[in-house]
Design a protein around this ligand. Sequence first.
Ligand SMILES: Cc1ncc(COP(=O)(O)O)c(C=O)c1O
Length: 392
Amino acid sequence: MLPYGKQTIDQTDIDAVVAAVSSTMLTTGPLVKQFEHEFASATGCDHAVTLSNGTAALHAAMDAVGLREGDEVIVPAITFVATANAVLYCGGTPVFADVCPDTLLIDVADVERKITDRTKAIIAVDYAGQPCDYDRLRNLADRFGLQLISDACHSLGGSYHDRSVGSLADMTCFSFHPVKQITTCEGGMVTTNDSMIAERIRRFRCHGIDATAAARQVRNTHRYDMQSLGFNYRLSDLQCALGISQLRKLDAFVERRQAINRRYHETLTGVEFVTLLNQHTQRSSGCHLVVMKWDHRASGCDRDSLYHHLKQNKIGVNVHYRPVYQNSYYVEHFGPNVSCPNADAAYEQILSLPVFPLMTDQQVDFVCEQIIAFAKQQTQKFTSEYQLSEAA
Ligand SMILES: Cc1ncc(COP(=O)(O)O)c(C=O)c1O
């Protein structure tokens, strides 16, 4: 089975992890600081704080916003559930904004319509890897006094008007799950230019206490103080060793993803019933996903039939994502009437195609051939059904 995404691990990664596991500090050691330092400079921001995964990064960002019960945070309807869940963890209420049909990025005009006097923040998700419209979002956030958070779990290595993802919002959250641009197995990061926020997140990831075991050792004291409620969301030195090694290959990984994305666009553009997402000029995508839309109305055949056809041909396709509010938990807690028309319509049509740096051009061509063959079958079926009905 051709997976829809997978990690690229080479001997330098293995050597880095082996060296780290033989060192004296397996966690909260020097490799954590080194990874944070190198990540901050790669993304053009002042501070980077490692966390145990992207969900923990979003949770830490929501804590740093200072959410209270009843506060609202605007999130896009189409995203992984973790984006909205992070708001709930802090007692806030996620309010869903619709997405633009051509990119599935948050619709800034709908964000503005959803702002109330309880709104505290906006989480913009760089869906599939393309950065959102950060100039318009910044303007909106400043006008209404809101925090702007970027969920960049898809977009590491991307840029917006030549500014790197990681430096486009008040806080930016990343994930290093194996299907992402770089991996630490599980892992996450928050970047920010605000030193107070960075400090708060460091405390949050270590139980809310003011001094880690390593810091107490340096200061020659056993004393610490728990100043706020925190969690154990630390990333180990072993994982950071892998992260440092992977980060050095980020540009090459993203270039290959972009080349695969271009090949899909070149081959599938103009194929009946198939549309690929629109890519804005002045924005460079991290290309975590390549998403196509299948026109189920015109073809008379639903997206799931194409999904099963590709799966039968050993192509690992996926659907990202069902609108969050359609999940049972959200229906139970927010009622069945939450709806964003573009997101609902897109969900019937979207399919994520395989993309990962080790994927060959031949594999991309094979996926395209299967989609084209399926589209032709639907046209032929439609034509013969039409002829039959004419004859009758
Ligand atoms: C948009 C988005 N946000 C958040 C997350 C959560 O990241 P993690 O799996 O590292 O917790 C993901 C993970 O896939 C994601 O795609």
